[in-house]
Structure formats: structure tokens, C-alpha cells
Design a protein around this ligand. Structure first.
Ligand code: NAI
Length: 255
């Protein structure tokens, strides 16, 4: 039975991923702040180290899969907390669990990014450079100084996508696949909170995908199951948009 660790397992997309992977025969080690096999706070280095140590203990040091879903949206208490969870809470899990994945059967890892990663100008933000350099203190300080959670969110998702693609190249030699899914709007507590936010609610509600609706968490989870399966054995380093056509609507000429 493949063993897969899933962060953000207690809610939304992560919970749907756990259900779908269990149905596909995986044993799941969920990681979250509550209601999970591993209780850890991914916003701190100590919490990430706890998460890695407990996953290694519960898996016996061998993992077949890792899916990083935990994340905060634009209603996060601060931009720095958002970056800490969305970037370092992913990057450090990938680093900490790479050796266990290398020992797994047909290992595959996956990061939940976002269409927000393609937001114009996100790639030029100084905080992205700090994130990709692993300078957490500098990145968090820059994000708080800017005080624009939607830009911090886009930067966190752009940087985490770049980090995953860089790692996919390094990890290929060990036979570990690593992909990114970029969801559009998906009906989860995170999305509901954004729609109800005084600053962002109107824009979020009015930005509707060509398919005319937001996605359901299960519609992301099914693509996760495929990418984590041997049916996707030649897919690595890819960014798969699962967004009801949002990216095509905004960037048809970007291929
Ligand atoms: P959600 O709020 O339903 O679930 C997020 C999970 O992450 C929660 O269980 C939460 O407890 C966990 N989490 C947050 N901070 C944590 C921390 N410090 N330590 C440990 N766990 C923590 O949100 P949703 O929508 O399921 O989000 C999952 C991922 O999908 C996130 O990375 C989000 O950015 C991404 N995403 C969501 C979209 C949407 O419209 N819902 C669109 C694009 C991307």
C-alpha cells in the first residue's frame, strides 16, 4: 500500500485529496494544525521540523508520495504568516522528506500552487528573490512592509512553483517526480473567506472562470490522484492548471 503524506489535510482541497488518495489505495499521513495524524504549525521552522520528524516516524522513513496543500489566502492575519506557510511550509517539507521519497516505490510529490502565480509583476517583487534564496527573515519583512496580501499571495505561489520546478530537475536522477497543480477558484473555506473580505470580496466574486463557476475540491483531487499515479510516469516539472479556463482567458498567448 503506497504511503503518502498530505499537508493541509484537515480542510478544503487537502481533505478532498486525502479522501481520493485513500479511495485509490493509499495510506495517508495527514499534516495540519488540527485533526491530523501529524499536528504541526508549518508557519515556523520548529513546526516544520516537527512535521518532518513525525512523518518520518509514522512512515518508517519511507514515503511513496507527498502532497503539499497547506496554505493561507489573502485573509491571513499577516502577509508574513502567509509567506511563511505558503512558501517555507512547502519548501522545507519537500527538502525534509526528499530522502524518504527517494526510498519509496515510484515516488511522486506534488505542490498546490495557484493561477495567482501568473499575476503580472509578481516575479519582479524583491520578496520573491528573498524566498528563492531561502532568506525567510528578509522575505517576511519585505512582505509586511509592502502590506498588500494579494501581492504576497501571488509572490508565494510564484516562488513555490519555481522552487518545485527547480527541485523536479534535481530529483529526477533519484526517480522522484514532482509537479505543481495551479487551481483557479475552488469552493473551500479559504475561498469563502476571500469572497467575504471587504478589500477583496468584490474582485474575487466577479472573477469567474469561462466554465462559469468555481471548482469543487474533488475536481482538484482527481488530478492529484492522476499525477501521483504511475499513469503519469513521464510527467515531472509540470504546472497543470485546473482552473475552469481562467489561465486561458487571461493569457491565451502564453504557452
Ligand atoms: P483551506 O483553508 O480549506 O485549507 C487549508 C489547510 O491548510 C487548512 O486545513 C489549514 O489548517 C492548513 N494550514 C494553514 N496554515 C497552516 C499552518 N500554519 N500549519 C499547518 N497547516 C496549516 O484552503 P484550500 O482552499 O483548501 O487551500 C489549499 C491550497 O490550495 C492552498 O495552498 C491554497 O493557496 C491553494 N489554492 C486554493 C484556491 C481556492 O480557491 N480555494 C485557489 C488556488 C490555490
Amino acid at each position: 500500500m503506497p504511503v503518502t503524506a498530505v499537508s493541509g489535510s484537515a480542510s478544503g482541497i487537502g481533505a478532498a485529496v486525502c479522501t481520493a488518495l485513500r479511495a485509490a489505495g493509499h495510506r495517508i499521513i495527514g499534516i495540519d494544525r488540527v485533526n491530523a495524524e501529524v499536528i504541526a504549525d508549518l508557519s515556523t521552522r520548529q513546526g516544520r521540523q516537527t512535521a518532518v520528524a513525525q512523518v518520518l516516524e509514522q512512515s518508517g522513513g519511507v514515503l511513496d508520495g507527498l502532497v503539499c496543500c497547506a496554505g493561507l489566502g489573502v485573509t491571513a492575519p499577516s502577509s508574513s504568516l502567509l509567506l511563511a506557510v505558503n512558501y517555507f511550509g512547502v519548501s522545507e517539507l519537500l527538502d525534509g522528506l526528499a530522502d524518504a521519497l527517494a526510498k519509496g516505490q515510484h515516488p511522486a510529490a506534488l505542490v498546490i500552487g495557484s493561477v495567482a502565480a501568473t499575476q503580472p509583476g509578481a516575479d519582479q517583487q524583491p520578496m520573491v528573490k528573498a524566498l528563492l534564496a531561502g532568506d525567510e527573515a528578509q522575505a517576511l519583512a519585505l512582505a509586511n512592509a509592502l502590506g498588500q496580501p494579494h501581492i504576497a499571495y501571488a509572490c508565494s505561489k510564484y516562488a513555490v512553483t519555481c522552487d518545485a520546478r527547480r527541485k523536479s530537475v534535481q530529483w529526477a536522477a533519484q526517480g522522484i517526480r514532482l509537479n505543481v497543480i495551479a487551481p483557479g477558484a475552488v469552493e473551500t473555506p479559504l475561498h469563502q473567506a476571500a469572497k467575504g473580505d471587504a478589500r477583496y470580496g468584490k474582485a474575487v466574486s466577479e472573477f469567474v472562470a469561462p466554465l462559469g463557476r468555481a471548482g469543487h475540491p474533488e475536481e482538484i483531487a482527481q488530478v492529484v490522484v492522476f499525477l501521483q499515479s504511475d499513469q503519469a510516469s513521464f510527467v515531472t516539472g509540470s504546472v497543470v492548471f485546473v482552473d475552469g479556463g481562467m489561465d486561458a482567458m487571461v493569457r491565451a498567448q502564453h504557452v
